[in-house]
Design a protein around this ligand. Structure first.
Ligand code: 5AD
Ligand code: FES
Length: 347
């Protein structure tokens, strides 16, 4: 099979055998890549048209009890300048976001146990009752099933938790003992069963990642059947054990985005901040490769520079309103259109 055949078969059937996927992952020339993107855009437009959805990201705490080797807010990083937003500040961010046209808020933090289950539930339900036409997404890490159930009952309908890698050996290279892929997967299946719209995902180009591991991730995602898949390049952070590791590349990330769109035609697929960090037009290129979501920062200006998962992170200085206008222009330039909508999954 040629790469052209592989792309056409993936486009027609949404799947390929492992060997063919592997070939597609490692060897695409520029022309073949353009062919892949054309098909990815066609599939995306069949489901979502030209619409691109906004998620307002509220990074409410950078305290974390975990110690992932890649992450700038890991607990061992003594140089991280820690902050926590108060409940009223978080709610105020959602109010400001609402005025700017956001209809989805993503509450993200490190695994900070100083917010109790009751605190998170109260924050979620306050935002939902002030803005009944909005969705609240949580991205706060590994919890017990009963905690996930409590957030859901309080009105959180979506949850983001990347598996980072589905392979147990690779997982242990990226995380210290104490974190396991088994528990990560348990969380994802619990979230699905409870009824959340679930987002999983991986970093591209993490140390030790191989095409075989990426295929294992694709197979895991086929089983999980998520509504969102978040991927972005790994980017080193100078105060972590991975400080000297090479970053993931633009091309590998775009490539995987397009393959994901063909394998999961209905998926909500963000062009991530990390993608915008490794190239000034990375997010626009992500949209052209099949992505249909962008997640501008709604965190208060004063804390943005502190939520530093990796070096060089963009959008850490702008006001929320500037980010919103900037995104609108950038997406319009790609021929797509930012819409004021919750941007729910279309089955
Ligand atoms: N480079 C890129 N992405 C990172 N994340 C964490 N650290 C890094 C890094 N150094 C991603 C992880 C996590 C998400 C919130 O941010 O995939 O799930
Ligand atoms: Fe916080 Fe990894 S360092 S979840």
């Amino acid at each position: 099979m040629t790469n052209g055949d592989r792309i056409e078969r993936l486009y027609r059937t949404g799947d390929l055998p492992d060997e063919e996927l592997s070939a597609l992952l490692v060897s695409l020339d520029q022309k073949e890549f353009e062919h892949l993107c054309e098909r990815a855009c066609e599939v995306r437009e069949k489901v979502y048209g030209k619409e691109v959805y906004l998620r307002g990201l509220i990074e409410f705490s950078n305290y974390c009890r975990n110690d992932c080797y890649y992450c700038g807010i890991r607990k061992s990083n003594r140089l991280a300048d820690r902050y926590r937003l108060a409940e009223d500040e978080i709610v105020a961010c959602s109010d400001a976001g609402y005025e700017l046209g956001f209809r989805t808020f993503v509450l993200q933090s490190g695994e900070d146990l100083s917010y109790t289950t009751a605190d998170i539930c109260r924050i979620v339900s306050r935002i939902r009752s002030r803005h009944p036409d909005c969705a609240v997404t949580l991205s706060i890490g590994e919890k017990s099933r009963s905690e996930y159930q409590a957030y859901y009952d309080a009105g959180a309908e979506r949850y983001l938790l990347r598996q980072e890698t589905s392979n147990p050996v690779h997982y242990r290279k990226l995380h210290p003992p104490g974190l396991s892929i088994e528990n990560r997967k348990r969380c994802l299946y619990d979230l699905r069963e409870i009824g959340y719209q679930v987002g999983c995902g991986i970093m591209v180009g993490t140390p030790g990642q191989t095409p075989e591991y990426i295929i294992e991730d694709l197979r895991f995602m086929q089983k999980l059947d998520p509504q969102m898949i978040g991927i972005g390049p790994f980017i080193h952070h100078k105060d972590t054990p991975f400080r000297n590791q090479p970053d993931g590349t633009l091309q590998d990330t775009l490539h995987l985005l397009a393959i994901l769109r063909l394998m999961f035609p209905h998926i909500l697929l963000p062009a991530t901040t990390a993608l915008g960090t490794i190239h000034p037009l990375g997010r626009e290129m992500g949209i052209r490769a099949g992505a249909n979501v962008v997640m501008p920062n709604l965190s208060p200006r004063g804390v943005r520079k502190k939520y530093l998962l990796y070096d060089g992170k963009i959008c850490t200085g702008d006001e929320a309103a500037e980010c919103r206008a900037c995104m609108e222009r950038r997406i319009a330039a790609t021929g797509y259109k930012v819409v004021v909508s919750r941007g729910d999954y279309r089955a």
